[in-house]
Design a protein around this ligand. Structure first.
Ligand SMILES: Nc1nc2c(ncn2[C@@H]2O[C@H](COP(=O)(O)OP(=O)(O)OP(=O)(O)O)[C@@H](O)[C@H]2O)c(=O)[nH]1
Length: 480
């Protein structure tokens, strides 16, 4: 961990380095990177909160309001690099990333992630009872009535997919074998002696390393299906905290299925002190949300569920489905953790529901309601279109932005579930993009600002107990 800390400590600072920085140094970081010593809490991969007021805050920093105070916080950095002066030139680029992409599919129990039920390969007497039960529960053998994972495995997308499926012990694995055989998936591996987010994280690391070492070149994508009760955070963090994984595999995105019929009940559930509500967590971490099983509910029920989901996560794209039928592009290759695609997320267009279907008019309405709601009621969500140009002299300097972000994550990483941002850093010709998951931070310059492109600063936060105004003020305090 100590060596990671050193790397961490340099990440934002190395923006100013002119040489090409190795991938592992540029892209993996666990905050805090500036202030030491780190509190145990800030390093914790898990968190336990009783009062859950999850919400999104989108803060657009494009219009500084006369704030030019320079932060003079002394950084007792554990950094190994020499701190750079504000406004120095930067030419570092994100190195090409050839790691295998991995997608986490999550969603509460029974949301339709992936019991494998493909064709009639097994006769009922060959099935174990749990599998039989599920088969009986649906339309036997029908490819039409399937699940997201089956859909991914059987659709024509030309990708060779390795699947890691996490089920609790007693669940039958025959179904997976059927899927592997039927679909030609390179590998389906079961992790069935615990939950990925807690007891079998080590297994996940080993499994991924084994896949990569033994089967390199034989698959193009890894899909990880979590148990229905998994908290995605520790699984996400595995991709950054474990060198073995990080060097070969990049997290592509988190896809969350939401059961249109039962989700409301799970979202309402009040958990005992210190226990998280997994249904909320799964939505909060998502890059893509699939509201599944819409055949079981009416339009108004779906609409109000979507409104609710939007209060938890406005950043993710959202689609409604029956039996997990979505375009594969929607779930694979989405770049949810890809720095080069951050802009599409932080732009106002980033979080939207697919409108290309029959209920178009209603969706539009919901979306706008959501905006108004946020503005008029709780003032927690500040969202602007973010395309205003502004005076460059108000861009953050690299050191002050570093200090602000470092301090913010040091103090608030437990509450910041995800964040994505685009910064116009003083003296930097490239846009600086970053994303974070709790105390994991990943940032880098990407393409150059266009000659006529308005430079802007914009950060989207998802978390709990976040105050948009406080964040806004914090950021402005580090503007030059
Ligand atoms: N009516 C209906 N049933 C669905 C839909 N999608 C999935 N199902 C059924 O819902 C049941 C649960 O689906 P699963 O794929 O097992 O759900 P899961 O998310 O993997 O559940 P866990 O393994 O418990 O986490 C199965 O019987 C599916 O066939 C849908 O859109 N509509």
């Amino acid at each position: 961990m100590a060596s990671i800390t050193a790397d961490l400590a340099t990440t934002f600072l190395t923006l100013t380095a002119r040489h090409r920085t190795p991938l592992s140094r540029v892209q993996a970081t666990v905050l805090p990177f500036l202030l030491s010593p780190a509190t145990p809490q800030s390093r914790s991969l898990r968190f336990t909160t009783s009062s859950f007021h999850s919400r999104i805050i989108a803060v657009d920093f494009s219009k500084p309001k006369g704030c030019s105070r320079r932060l003079t916080v002394a950084a007792s950095a554990s950094a190994t690099t020499t701190p750079q002066s504000e406004g120095s030139d930067v030419s570092t680029k994100i190195p090409p990333d050839n790691r295998v992409p991995a997608t986490i599919i999550t969603g509460f129990l029974g949301s339709g992630k992936g019991i494998v039920k493909i064709g009639n390969e097994l006769s009922p007497d060959q099935m174990s009872s749990p599998l039989k039960e599920v088969m009986e529960d649906t339309t036997m053998g029908s490819l039409e009535h399937t699940t997201l994972l089956n859909h991914i495995l059987t659709a024509e997308h030309g990708k060779r997919i390795a699947v890691i499926e996490n089920e609790f012990g007693e669940v039958d694995i025959d179904g997976s074998l059927v899927a592997a055989k039927t679909t030609g998936a390179e590998d389906i591996v079961m992790l069935n002696n615990g939950c990925l987010c807690c007891t079998v994280r080590g297994d996940l690391v080993r499994m991924i390393s084994e896949l990569v070492n033994k089967k390199k070149g034989k698959f193009d994508h890894i899909v990880i299906e979590t148990t229905g009760l998994a908290n995605p955070a520790p699984i996400i963090q595995t991709f950054y905290a474990e060198d073995q994984v990080f060097n070969d595999v990049k997290l592509d995105g988190v896809v969350t299925l939401v059961d249109a019929k039962h989700a409301g009940f799970h979202l309402d559930e009040v958990k005992p002190k210190g226990v998280v509500n997994e249904a909320i967590e799964q939505i909060a971490y998502a890059d893509r949300i699939i509201v599944n099983k819409t055949d079981l509910v009416g339009e108004s029920e779906t609409a109000s569920l979507i409104q609710r989901i939007r209060k938890i996560n406005r950043m993710a794209n959202l689609k409604r489905t029956e039996f997990g039928k979505v375009d594969l592009d929607y779930v694979l290759g989405i770049g949810g953790f890809d720095l080069e695609r951050i802009e599409s997320v932080v732009s106002a267009e980033g979080a939207k529901e697919d409108h290309d279907h029959e209920h178009n008019h209603n969706h539009d309405h919901e979306h706008h309601d959501h905006h108004h709601d946020d503005h008029s009621h709780d003032h927690e969500h500040e969202h602007h279109d973010g395309h205003h140009s502004h005076d460059h002299s108000h861009d953050p300097g690299v050191s002050s932005a570093n200090i602000w972000l470092g301090t913010l994550l040091l103090e608030r990483s437990e509450d910041i579930y995800r964040m994505k941002g685009l910064l116009s850093v003083q003296g930097m010709d490239e846009r600086f993009v970053f994303q974070g998951v709790h105390d994991i931070f990943q940032g880098s310059p990407d393409r150059m600002w266009g000659p006529d492109e308005p430079r802007m600063n914009k950060i989207v936060f998802i978390g709990k107990n976040l105050d948009a105004q406080e964040l806004d003020e914090g950021f402005k305090s580090c503007l030059l």
